[in-house]
Design a protein around this ligand. Structure first.
Ligand SMILES: Nc1ncnc2c1ncn2[C@@H]1O[C@H](COP(=O)(O)OP(=O)(O)O)[C@@H](O)[C@H]1O
Ligand SMILES: [Mg+2]
Length: 245
């Protein structure tokens, strides 16, 4: 068995910009791996290439040894990859429960299994909202949530499909310290249960504290990949950040 996720030679250009440039890396099952780098380094594009939200110009991605390049996002969900998006997409007019159920892949099965499926989904959504601590808003509209609570909603919605790999794009961005602490605690708990995390995050203290493994990107390229200690003592990493200042 190789790595859980294996990206090889990923490339993506937008006009004159090489957003992702020959990026290769592996993510080991059971780890919390972070992807860091200055603004514009290509982190979100890399996530999008893995999820096939954006089509790679070249390169391949394998999940548990299986080729997933160009597989549709809903197929990836079924294979066990879950992902939140940087932009909060919670649908304001819907309740939290509705947001959770609409986003879940089980939704596709409703036509087949009828309302029983709906009940079990609702139950699971409630359990997950409780897990992240926002269950009291379950039947309120998402528009009532604070920014941090929305992030918790997105986080719990990703868990609806029982992912084995959870990809989070800037989960801590703009989240107040109390809710951030809760988010981090839940990530740790799920990781202890065996769920693998791949996280893009700007909060360095958080990254270094939470991660087993850190991948650094700059100018679309993977600069280095190592433990938090290795990455922090790598001069090229500091150069990359200063170079963007
Ligand atoms: N849809 C797009 N169209 C054109 N350029 C894009 C698009 N998405 C990203 N880029 C560019 O690609 C580069 C990498 O962006 P991104 O992956 O969002 O970086 P990061 O997430 O590391 O901040 C940036 O220069 C950005 O402006
Ligand atoms: Mg980004």
């Amino acid at each position: 068995m190789g790595a859980m996720l294996e990206a090889r030679g990923l490339n993506k250009g937008f006009g004159g910009i090489q957003a992702v440039n020959d990026a290769s890396f592996e993510i080991e099952e059971g780890t919390i791996t972070s992807l860091i780098g200055p603004n514009g380094a290509g982190k979100t594009t890399t996530f999008n290439l893995i999820n096939n939200v954006i089509r790679a110009d070249s390169g391949s991605v394998k999940f548990n040894g299986r080729e997933i390049t160009r597989k549709m996002p809903h197929k990836l969900t079924r294979l066990g990859i879950g992902r939140t998006f940087q932009v909060t997409r919670a649908l304001d007019d819907m309740t939290l429960i509705e947001n959770m159920v609409v986003g879940s892949s089980a939704q596709n099965l409703r036509g087949t299994f009828g309302s029983r499926m709906l009940d079990s989904e609702t139950e699971r959504a409630l359990d997950l909202l409780e897990f992240v601590g926002i269950e009291k808003y379950a039947y309120s509209k998402a528009e009532l949530l604070s920014y941090g609570q929305r992030k918790l909603l997105e986080f719990s919605a990703v868990l609806m499909s029982n992912p084995r790999l959870v990809m989070l794009d800037e989960p801590a961005g703009g989240v107040n310290p109390a809710l951030l602490e809760r988010m981090v605690d839940r990530i740790r708990r799920l990781n202890e249960q065996g769920i693998t995390f791949f996280i893009v995050e700007h909060n360095m203290d958080l990254v270094m504290d939470l991660s087993d493994s850190v991948i650094v990107m700059a100018h679309g390229e993977v600069l280095t990949h190592g433990t938090p200690e290795e990455v922090q003592s790598d001069g090229r990493v500091l150069d990359a950040y200063l170079g963007m200042a």
